[in-house]
Design a protein around this ligand. Structure first.
Ligand code: PEP
Length: 254
């Protein structure tokens, strides 16, 4: 964690939630997050609950994000949600390229880059997820994969697009798996990503938040956050438990 970059901790609820449990979770987060003043915290509920979350978070420091966004502005795209719609419902962020979208919905680097652009064009902050599979890691391709995923966005929108974006390094083998990258292994990837951006613009690289995701929990967050290029976390399973998520947020300033 560097003092130059305010930490960002995001809770990806995935396809979980119900009106009653969301209300209880958000109420606890609202009450508990008054202690986290020097960082940004956001929750990413499923689309149907964005309105509920926006109402319950009104006036709170907690931001709202969407788990996905369409590349299209409007029209005959059944099941898709446009970036402008997300803005109308109070979203500040949108995840793009989560590994579950890449693997279960065959999202390519090119499509993810278009989603990044669509989100940004509507005023959303894209959270661009990058990460290698276990097979790719085992053959030493971690950096090749994450750089390819990053380059798809840089080639299309340029380095300045990263001035208003967050990167989330999420090794696929660590997501929902109960095992996490060591702080050293994650730091090495975060540093390499930052150096890659710095080749184009050092100031943007210095300010760019690169958060880690993959089985972050209350008991491993502080060690991860101690690494100089880890600027927060994208949290899945642990984001559904208020006490656990709040403990992760508190680990930013132990
Ligand atoms: C995620 O969904 O982005 C994620 C990191 O999940 P988990 O924390 O459950 O591994």
């Amino acid at each position: 964690m560097s003092p130059v970059r305010p930490a960002f901790v995001a809770g990806n609820w995935k396809m979980n939630g119900a009106l009653a449990t969301n209300a209880a979770l958000l109420e606890k987060l609202r009450a508990g997050l008054s202690v986290c003043k020097t960082m940004e915290v956001a929750v990413f509920p499923p689309f149907p609950y964005l309105d509920q979350a926006a109402r319950l978070l009104s006036g709170a420091t907690l931001a709202l994000g969407a788990q996905d966004v369409s590349i299209h502005a409007a029209g005959a795209y059944t099941g898709e949600v446009a970036a402008t719609m997300l803005v109308e419902f109070g979203c500040r962020h949108a995840l793009v390229g989560h590994s579950e979208r890449r693997s279960l919905h065959q999202e390519t680097d090119a499509l993810v880059a278009q989603k990044f652009g669509a989100a940004q064009a509507a005023g959303l902050i894209p959270v661009l997820c990058l990460g290698e599979t276990l097979a790719e890691r085992q053959v030493g391709e971690t950096l090749t994969v994450v750089m390819r995923q990053l380059e798809a966005v840089l080639a299309r929108y340029g380095v300045h697009s990263l001035a208003n974006a967050v990167l989330a390094y999420e090794p696929v083998w660590a997501i929902g798996a109960g095992r996490t990258a060591t702080p050293e292994a994650a730091q090495a990837v975060h540093l390499a990503l930052r150096q890659q951006v710095a080749l184009r613009d050092a100031a943007i690289a210095e300010k760019l938040r690169i958060v880690y995701g993959g089985s972050v929990k209350a008991d491993n967050a502080a060690q991860l956050f101690a690494a100089p290029d880890i600027d927060g976390a994208l949290v899945g399973g642990a984001a559904l438990n208020a006490d656990e998520f709040l403990a992760i947020c508190r680990a930013v300033n132990p």
